[in-house]
Design a binder for this molecule. Structure first.
Ligand code: ATP
Ligand code: ZN
Length: 510
């Protein structure tokens, strides 16, 4: 729009200039022939054109400059964003410190003949800081940061995706040490078709070739980012390619507080603002949401001619961000949070009482589709499981649903995966392990004429486990409530904290 206006003004001023020139020439020498007059005007216009040529090029549509534009776009030279700008991802940063050592002390590893990883894959929901982390890694290692987006290869550079990949790696080699960051890698990295001929597949093949081609000690690391790791072609995840995968999830309470600190670092805050309070109110939000909220609050303060950002501005900015989230999630965040807390408390308590696996962490910070999770590992490396152990596993899986039913007198869709897993184990008990009343034999579900008997046995197992889960939870309802309340307060509970809550309640009963 602005450029069109410039063009119109330019054309008009050229026209006026020609007119003035004509009037000037006829004024100075009224006897000059018409031909000579126009010749003089043409010469003056040509000179003016040459002088203005540089200005003209600025008015050209952007695409004429696209060749240089592409180069600009992919390379950002040694930025100054570092890990101090990334908050709430301490564990991830710890993991990346090894990569920094690889990149900064390459010699040390070369001498030992150690191979440095070539590719790291960041996966997790949007806005959690994947791009930020890659940029910070470049900042920390003083590397050239070359970034591209997977969707560009299939949308913008149609027909030249593969050669763009080649150019990207050539550039990285020339400017090593470098970090190549490919956002939305799923756009080129989804499972290939069998014919291998589509634009996307050719681009992906080229990416695989390039990753195999460079020597891991050349000082190049490729970082891919995706929200959909499940869709990626397995070839991408093989050793020597993206063989390190790092999950980057939404921040917990402590993480959110740290992110808020980073994003209010250079902002004057009124005393009324409590970041701890804001962190509590922003459950389920990502770093990107929090950054937006802080910025909105600052803008509101400017609009209100304030010298500092007050509590009101933050509250209003928070409401705006929540309104945006609620549009996507009409059931309301608070309700889901409470259900998730009691659901996870149910799993955890049964797991603890029946001694199923070692519970490392319980959380109601959403992860993937799940609204919460109990992180647990097998107690030892034994391959054999007894019938009781399998039934306890099922009981723990059903503990989430049972807890919801006991507390809210209502059940939710949140137990889908638990039910799938519990049913799978029950079928295995009946069909593979001979652990039902049908006797010590196996069943091939594809060969049996009717699955009625098997289904009945599966039902029996599931029902008895569910009754058992309810019994345990009803007996220890105070503990379920205590765990859930702690989860609502802190969002993540460690193994030790869980033990503390259980012990505290137990001693109170005695
Ligand atoms: N952990 C964090 N610490 C500080 N700021 C963060 C964090 N996570 C996100 N942000 C803020 O949100 C912005 C967007 O995050 P970023 O682009 O890195 O997310 P992403 O995970 O790459 O998302 P996408 O998948 O949409 O590309 C960052 O520029 C930063 O301002
Ligand atoms: Zn569950």
């Amino acid at each position: 729009m602005k450029k069109n206006l410039h063009t119109i003004i330019l054309v008009m001023s050229i026209f006026v200039n020609i007119l003035l020139l004509y009037l000037f020439i006829t004024e100075v020498n009224p006897n000059l022939s018409l031909n000579l007059t126009f010749l003089l005007i043409a010469a003056a216009t040509a000179i003016a054109y040459i002088l203005l040529k540089n200005k003209f090029s600025e008015l050209m549509p952007v695409k004429y400059n696209s060749l240089s534009e592409i180069n600009e776009e992919v390379t950002k030279k040694k930025g100054n964003i570092t890990f101090k700008d990334v908050a709430g991802l301490d564990e991830v940063i710890e993991e990346l410190k090894v990569i920094i050592d690889f990149m900064t002390n390459t010699e040390k590893y070369n001498k030992m003949g150690a191979k440095i990883p070539k590719g790291i894959l960041f996966y997790g929901p949007p806005g959690t800081g994947k791009t930020l982390l890659a940029t910070a890694l470049a900042g920390e290692t003083n590397s050239t940061f070359i970034s591209a987006s997977g969707s560009e290869f299939v949308e913008k550079y149609v027909g030249v995706g593969a050669s763009r990949i080649r150019a990207l790696f050539a550039k990285a080699k020339k400017n090593a040490p470098s970090i190549i960051f490919i956002d939305e890698i799923d756009a080129v990295g989804t499972k290939r078709n069998t014919d291998n001929n589509s634009e996307k597949d050719q681009t992906l093949n080229q990416l695989l070739v390039e990753m195999d081609g460079f020597n891991s000690n050349e000082g190049i690391i490729v970082i891919g980012a995706t929200n959909r790791i499940d869709m990626l072609d397995e070839a991408l995840l093989r050793p020597g390619r993206f063989d390190r995968t790092i999950h980057i999830g939404p921040p917990n309470l402590k993480g959110r507080l740290e992110i808020l600190k980073v994003h209010t670092r250079n902002k004057p805050l009124d005393e009324s603002v409590s970041l701890v309070d804001l962190a509590r109110k922003t459950h389920g939000m990502t770093g990107a949401h929090l950054a937006t909220m802080c910025n909105e609050a600052a803008i509101l303060a400017v609009m209100r001619n304030k010298t500092k950002i007050g509590k009101e501005e933050f509250e209003e900015a928070l409401e705006r961000v929540i309104a945006g989230l609620k549009k996507k999630n009409p059931s309301g965040l608070e309700k889901e949070r409470t259900i998730a807390a009691y659901h996870e408390a149910g799993h955890a308590l049964i797991g603890k009482i029946l001694n199923v696996n070692v519970i490392e962490k319980i959380s109601i910070v959403p992860r993937g589709e799940a609204l919460g999770y109990v992180l647990n590992f097998p107690k030892d490396d034994s391959f054999l499981l007894t019938k009781t152990e399998l039934k306890n596993k099922i009981t723990m899986l059903l503990g989430g649903r049972a807890s919801e039913e006991i507390i809210f007198n209502e059940i939710s869709t949140g137990a889908e995966n638990d039910l799938k897993e519990a049913t799978k184990i029950a079928y295995q008990m009946v069909c593979n392990f001979g652990m039902s009343e049908l006797g010590n034999r196996v069943f091939d579900l594809h060969l049996v004429k009717s699955t009625e008997m098997i289904d009945k046995e599966v039902d029996k197992i599931i029902n008895s486990c569910y009754t058992f889960a309810r019994k345990i939870l009803l007996e220890h309802k105070d503990k379920v409530i205590a765990i859930a309340e702690k989860l609502l307060e802190k969002e993540t509970i460690t193994k030790e904290e869980l033990e503390e809550i259980i012990e505290e309640k137990t001693s109170m009963c005695v």
